[in-house]
Design a protein around this ligand. Sequence first.
Ligand code: MRU
Length: 355
Amino acid sequence: MAAVALGFDTLRWERDGLVLLEQTLLPAEERYVRIPDVPSLVDAIVRLGVRGAPGVGCAGAYGMVVAVAGAADAGEWLRRLDDAEATLEAARPTAVNLAVGLRRLAARGRRLAAGDGGPAEWTADLLAEAKAFHAEDAALCQAIGEHGAALLPARCTVQTHCNAGALATGGIGTALGVVYAAHAAGKQVAVLADETRPLLQGARITAWELQRAGVPVTLQCDGAAGSAFQAGMIDAVVVGSDRVAANGDVANKVGTYPLAVLARRHGVPFYVAAPTTTVDLDCPDGASIPIEERGGDEVRAFAGAAAAPDGVMARNPAFDVTPAELVTALVTEAGVLESPDRAGLTAHCAAASSG
Ligand code: MRU
């Protein structure tokens, strides 16, 4: 299958430093920023300068290299490694991929420090591990895309929510990876994208990257999805995930659960596209997934201007949980798992890690 060329890097390692595409500025400006230290990376993750579950996983992995670079001795190198793991993991709680990336790099770092060499060699080896993690994520996205594309009809409209595209991962994306792979395979796929209040990842980011890729995209207000289902406009829902619990419950951007309910009501398949690095078998169910609560000002204001009376109470959960029973199939790099449940997910993840 032809590769999809998007013409931008969500993140890259360049001249001994981490560089991120600053996503809060999109679509007005495409600006790349250098991340000099761990506090700057925490700030970027919290502000959603870099975002999306696999995207923050890759950024966190490189952040571990930023943390240890230049350490004077073994003690300082290990101290910086430990501190960075704890500080970065606390930046955003819902996406398990951040912890997965950090733990992998921390484990590698501890093994390196227990062996030969010194801080400079260990840092070089740790960078190789971060680059490998990033490259693996790109390969996972490609495989998810190809498995998911096979589920879509030759002509279809896909409803998505938030951004689970190249800007959310180290590759072509998960949900949008499915769209890009279908497009590359010659299918006529169009996307209906929710704007995704309050931070407009659908409007600012999904619409931006789909337009650049030449995939037809129509934007709608989040509340317009119901009428699109009633009008028979939607052939499939494809979304990403921040964490899939062991019983198949799925956390994703707030507003995903209502789409799953609508999809069931209207007999439309609801697909979740995510790598097995997003499956958390240690998390028993959706109620155990930590849901990030963000500040009310993001709801009270819109594009920097007040959108509600000063001081009104606002709730701002960043994610919601879709019960497994509403998920038609989970699409991972290992293939398509229909009606995911505890037994199916356990076997699916075991097959993914052995193959
Ligand atoms: O708050 P965000 O923008 O990081 O939320 C992103 C999402 O909800 C994505 O759908 C999810 O992380 C999957 S990204 C492949």
